[in-house]
Design a protein around this ligand. Structure first.
Ligand code: F0G
Length: 473
């Protein structure tokens, strides 16, 4: 298949030949502890030698330096003009993302290039500074997980063809969004080859999140416990059986999620000086991917500075914030949180975070942890002012407010807040707040200022006008 586009001619001469990527790179799995490498002709999640986490390493990354940073900026910007479907989503940045997967094997379901929305002025003054929300709720399954899933499923699609696989069972544990994304993307592949299974902690995902994999036709298995329990089970399944693990422990997921960082850079015209990115942290895959993404851009001179990362957690699930504060990492038993999608006591990607912070983000990695009242009101308040953030987005905004108050983040910085999913996925928490019905462990008391409820009136213009005290014309 040949990919041609008449718009290529709109680009300056010197970049035309780069617009349709031909670079295949030399990608291998690399162990983050012992450094051993393994070919990507198999699905691997941990190092077969020492058991540590794997990352994907492009051994031919330095070849990309033959093109200077400014030219890369132009390539990515002009590529947006093309009508070549596989380049429409996260694979706009194909050379940095997963160059091995050929264009014809890329699965694109509309993910990526999510909007950046400026904070409403009143909200800005409540938070203490202006900021931008990059809203990953505007993805096909309404969360950022679609980025990682587009790369994972494209890799599966490629592997099926390349290795002639006749059976693939995609499986993940989830707090609700990975499962929605996995089930959606897997359902696009050939059903005579691909099966889709998700493992959920019973009662710990929202009704909307539960409906998503059911609607996509996945086998949905509910088990007792919390996410960490589900994760242990799928890890064992992935060790002992022939399944394809779709959690962010799979480094191909991280690869796709790096696109969030590339897009921020592109949306800031590649000026990352004084930039702060606020990220809610659960299993720590997203924050890992965002740091790795900015690092790629920095190494290729596409940006001149790494941003500050402000990682936000609930006090009910704060192992990363506790580690950053004390220098000691201890897995914890989580308590109920409205930032339920990030309610994780032993984040799988923590070793990657520790390594990235030590080697590259030493003074650029900040953390705050919040109580539940701050998180839910962070969401309710933002949505009262024209935003559509989820509880994790609310957590990020409340985290920024706290960081400004505590003087951790300077008001002159430019801030992008990650709202990782859509408001509607978490409307049950809004509803619990409006009914002041949170169980005691959340320690949330509704305040009248945030509460809203429907009004029951007759189907009569007069009674509605009376209720609204409307003036007659
Ligand atoms: N926000 C949302 C909406 C999420 O779904 C998650 C994680 C996070 C934030 C935290 O991101 O895990 O990369 O640090 N959800 C996973 C899931 C665990 O199963 O859907 P993370």
């Amino acid at each position: 298949m040949e990919f041609l586009d008449k718009n290529i001619d709109l680009a300056p001469e010197h970049i035309r030949k780069h617009l349709v990527p031909t670079y295949g790179g030399d990608v291998v799995y690399e162990c983050i502890a012992c450094g051993e490498t393994f070919a990507i002709d198999q699905f691997l999640y941990t190092c077969p030698t020492c058991g540590s986490l794997l990352r994907l390493e492009n051994r031919a990354f330095d070849e990309l330096k033959q093109i200077d940073g400014k030219t890369w900026q132009e390539i990515f910007d002009y590529r947006k003009l093309l009508n070549i479907e596989p380049l429409k989503g996260i694979f706009l940045f194909k050379e940095l993302l997963f160059p091995t997967v050929p264009l014809q094997d890329i699965i694109y379901l509309g993910e990526g290039h999510t909007a950046i929305v400026k904070s409403n002025p009143e909200l800005s003054s409540l938070v203490g500074m202006e900021f931008y929300v990059k809203n990953d709720g505007f993805n096909p399954s309404a969360s950022f997980k679609d980025r990682g899933m587009a790369s994972a499923i494209s890799f599966i699609n490629y592997s099926i063809k390349k290795r002639g696989l006749s059976e693939v069972l995609g499986i993940c544990a989830s707090t609700g969004d990975t499962s929605a994304a996995a089930a959606l993307y897997l359902s696009y592949l050939d059903k005579s080859i691909v099966r889709s299974v998700v493992l959920l902690p019973k009662g710990k995902v929202t009704p909307q999140q539960l409906s998503q994999p059911l609607g996509s036709g996945a086998t949905v298995i509910e088990i007792p416990g919390v996410f960490d329990d589900c994760m242990r089970v799928v890890e064992e399944l992935a060790e002992k059986y022939q399944v394809c693990l779709l959690n962010s422990k799979n480094p191909v997921r991280i690869m796709g999620q790096k696109s969030y960082a590339y897009e921020i850079a592109q949306q800031c015209d590649y000026d990352t000086g004084d930039l702060v990115v606020v990220v809610p942290v659960g299993n720590a895959g997203n924050v890992t991917a965002i740091m790795e993404g900015f690092l790629d851009l920095y190494r290729l001179n596409i940006v001149q500075e790494l941003p500050l990362i402000l990682a936000v957690q609930s006090k009910h699930a704060n192992p990363v914030a506790a580690w950053n504060a004390t220098g000691r990492y201890e897995p914890m038993k989580v308590q109920s949180s409205v930032a339920q999608a990030a309610m994780i006591g032993d984040p799988v990607s923590f070793p990657k975070v520790r390594k990235l912070v030590k080697e590259h983000f030493k003074d650029r990695f900040l953390t705050v942890d919040l109580n539940e009242q701050e998180i839910i009101e962070g969401m309710l308040q933002a949505n009262r002012y024209g935003h559509v953030v989820c509880t994790q987005g609310g957590e990020s905004i409340a985290g920024l407010a706290r960081a400004v108050r505590d003087g951790i983040v300077d008001k002159n910085k430019r801030v992008v807040v990650d709202s990782t999913s859509h408001q509607l996925k978490f409307s049950n928490f809004q509803d619990m707040y409006f009914r002041n019905a949170f169980p005691p462990e959340y320690e949330i008391q509704a305040q009248d200022a945030f509460v809203n409820a429907p009004v029951q009136l007759d189907a009569s213009a007069t009674s509605i006008a009376q209720y609204l005290s409307l003036k007659e014309k």
